[in-house]
Write a protein that binds this ligand. Structure first.
Ligand SMILES: Nc1ncnc2c1ncn2[C@@H]1O[C@H](COP(=O)(O)OP(=O)(O)OP(=O)(O)O)[C@@H](O)[C@H]1O
Ligand SMILES: [Mg+2]
Length: 237
């Protein structure tokens, strides 16, 4: 469903992603691991179309057969993509309901959005108070991660990229996030960027991709994540 060809990405003339080729299949779960600075977030942002990242002329990204390489982030979102940020920002003056209503205008009615958000918040252990505050204002790191998951669910996208959704969340929150993602998986494709095998125990990825220095250096099954946890990345490079 998501086909990446010859993806070469630079920022301020520094090459960060160095020829990524991979096809993510519909309905599967993928984990991406790799050392700090290996380009995982850059890959996520590039897939979503962040304007700061320059793609080479040869780079192509196809989503369900549509060439999205030149599309704006909001157009990619309309095509079904969602990116959950590694460091979700606060948005003062805008509540999550308003944000979701704006994103879904004409697609879901405001009452339905509100009801869904409330129900999902309960499942994720997000307090009513947090839901009614401007988005992420004064929210802790873990609370912000849960808010990202809530937005992903209400928006109902088909390709979801989670950049370190498990970093900074406590054990119980990790369980509720994992349970939630598993419960609402259906035909969705998940790309989960993580440093830890922990979340993968629950999410059971079909494939684990290892990135080092802007390249995918290894692809394997869940055992690869275990090996990384035990041995680190040194044996791979
Ligand atoms: N705006 C930028 N300007 C300059 N260099 C950048 C910029 N954004 C990213 N980089 C560099 O690109 C490299 C890859 O960064 P990226 O954030 O993709 O790594 P990562 O794999 O997500 O790391 P982490 O595990 O720490 O989140 C790093 O060396 C980083 O410093
Ligand atoms: Mg990152």
């Amino acid at each position: 469903m998501l086909k990446i060809n010859n993806l070469i990405v630079s920022i301020n003339d520094k090459t960060i992603l160095n020829n990524i080729n991979f096809t993510f299949e519909k309905g599967k779960t993928y984990a991406i691991m790799g050392p700090n600075g290996s380009g995982k977030s850059t890959l996520a942002y590039s897939l979503m179309g962040h304007p700061a990242y320059q793609l080479s002329d040869t780079s192509t990204i196809e989503l369900e057969g549509t060439n999205i390489t030149e599309m704006e982030p909001h157009e990619r979102a309309q095509e079904g993509m969602f990116l959950s940020f590694q460091s979700p920002l606060a948005l003062s003056g805008v509540k999550v309901y308003q944000l979701l209503q704006l994103a879904l205008s004409g697609k879901k009615d405001p009452l339905q959005i509100r009801n869904e958000a409330k129900a999902y918040a309960k499942e994720l252990g997000i307090s009513e108070d947090l839901l009614n505050r401007p988005l992420n204002e004064g929210a802790s790191g873990g609370e912000r991660k849960k808010m990202e998951v809530l937005q992903a669910a209400v928006l109902g996208k088909s390709l979801l990229i989670f950049d370190e959704v498990d970093t900074g969340v406590d054990v119980d929150a990790l369980k509720s996030i994992s349970k939630f993602l598993t419960k609402y998986k259906k035909d969705k494709t998940y790309i989960v960027i993580t440093h830890y095998n922990r979340i993968l125990h629950y999410l059971k990825p079909d494939q684990v991709l290892i990135m080092v220095e802007g390249k995918i250096v290894k692809v394997g099954g869940p055992e690869l994540a275990k090996k990384i946890e035990d041995e680190g990345y040194e044996t791979l490079t």
